[in-house]
Design a protein around this ligand. Structure first.
Ligand code: SAM
Ligand code: SF4
Ligand code: SF4
Length: 371
């Protein structure tokens, strides 16, 4: 039984988020800002909705995300114009990669219109941004062609097993596996290549699906990535006994289908890359519990209502929505982002379990901040 908690929401009337610091003396937007640990700002995850049609037990458990949950109203969401403006400013500061997420991003009405707007933005090198999206795949059959036409580059689909009974236990809304697989097929038909599938592994719940998933996607051109169950938010009843370390997942797979580690594509890549020795493709491991990667973390997050978070495990955000809705110029907002980033100290996964970690305090929910 998950303990009933009051979710963090910055508009609960008590707390509007931290005010982003705008310096008296403005400097030109530049890509050289580093945080207190020497990490530059290069990736942005944007949550476009805090709503979802699934109730994955590790993310939006039913007991908490019920009909009384205080979801954001339409007025509180950043508009597409606000998201595009903010993204343009982030791009001027060196951000090259954008991931749209949520909640379930495909539930945001006319999302393809936002994608079209983001596809026009250029990096400081004059290149289009790398535009990607993570989805539970439930309505991908309906949306895939429009997403591709709008200019989305890449897609990641979440799927936690192939056995219907187990998958339904994970999504907790009786959603069948076949419809997600059909969504993946629709994405391939629409012309998306290099698809990724994310499987959160919860020990004792879906770990018996590891080999079946590996077998299904091996040789298909789809890269399967195993994610360690994380202690995000304050509502998913996390404890270490439910985490199956990536090392154990890799051993299980290697015993059936031999695999070997390969080099990362770029510094700061979240997933560790492995490949099947027989040449039938790649798999990945996202090991934020047992093999932390904070030292290379170049990601900022924008919540559905325009708060900037410096870490997935943060318990407070910086209120950029108020700045966007004021008379502040792009340069003032760029300076506020640079200053906020320059003060960043976050490295939660490296100190998880220590006295300094915020583990005991309320952290922001993943569906609001974006996974
Ligand atoms: N609804 C979309 C989806 O499920 O793909 C996008 C948002 S979801 C929050 C983004 C990713 O976070 C998904 O791959 C999901 O499996 C993962 N996730 C959510 N809660 C998690 C947890 N407690 N531990 C590890 N991964 C988690
Ligand atoms: Fe929804 Fe994605 Fe969270 Fe599952 S992981 S509840 S699909 S937002
Ligand atoms: Fe980045 Fe925070 Fe995750 Fe560390 S714990 S990798 S700083 S988001």
């Amino acid at each position: 039984m998950v303990e009933k908690v009051i979710p963090i929401r910055l508009d609960e009337g008590k707390d509007k988020g931290l005010a982003p610091p705008i310096p008296g003396q403005l400097v030109a937007a530049n890509t050289s800002t580093k945080d207190t640990r020497g990490r530059p700002l290069r990736d942005l995850r944007i949550s476009v909705t805090d709503r979802c049609n699934f109730r994955c037990t590790y993310c939006m458990p039913k007991e908490i995300f019920d009909k009384n949950y205080p979801y954001l109203s339409h007025q509180e969401l950043l508009s597409f114009e606000e998201i595009a403006r903010l993204t343009t400013i982030f791009a001027s500061l060196g951000v090259e990669k954008i991931r749209l997420t949520g909640g379930e991003p495909l539930l945001r009405k006319n999302l393809e219109v936002l994608i079209e707007m983001l596809a026009k933005i250029r990096s400081t090198a004059g290149q289009p941004l790398d535009l990607t999206l993570t989805t539970n795949g439930s309505i991908l059959r309906k949306k895939a062609a429009a997403l591709k036409a709008a200019g989305l580059h890449r897609l990641t689909i979440s799927l936690d097993g192939l056995n219907d009974e187990i998958f339904k236990k994970m999504n907790d809304v009786d959603f069948p596996v076949t419809d997600v697989l059909d969504g993946i097929a629709a994405a391939q038909e629409a012309g998306f290549t290099n698809l990724k599938v994310n499987m959160v592994v919860k020990k004792g719940t879906n770990d018996q699906e590891i080999i079946a998933m590996a077998k299904h996607f091996k040789g298909s051109g789809v890269t399967l990535r195993f994610i360690e169950f994380m202690d995000v938010g304050s509502s998913n009843g996390w404890d270490m006994s439910q985490v199956l370390p990536s090392k154990d997942v890799a051993e299980k797979i290697n015993a059936v289908f031999p695999i070997e580690a390969i080099e990362a594509n770029y510094p700061g890549e979240v997933a560790q890359r492995w490949r099947y020795v027989d040449g039938s493709g790649e798999i990945g491991f996202i090991s934020s519990v047992t093999q932390t990667f904070c030292h290379e973390c170049t990601r900022a997050r924008i919540s559905t209502d325009g708060q900037m978070y410096l870490c997935l495990f943060a318990n407070a955000g910086f209120d950029f929505k108020t700045l966007l809705r004021s008379d502040k110029s792009d340069l003032e907002i760029a300076n506020a982002i640079m200053n906020t980033w320059a003060d960043r100290e976050d490295h939660y996964s490296e100190i998880r379990g220590s006295n300094t970690a915020t583990a005991a305090t309320r952290k922001v929910e993943m569906s609001y901040i974006g996974g």
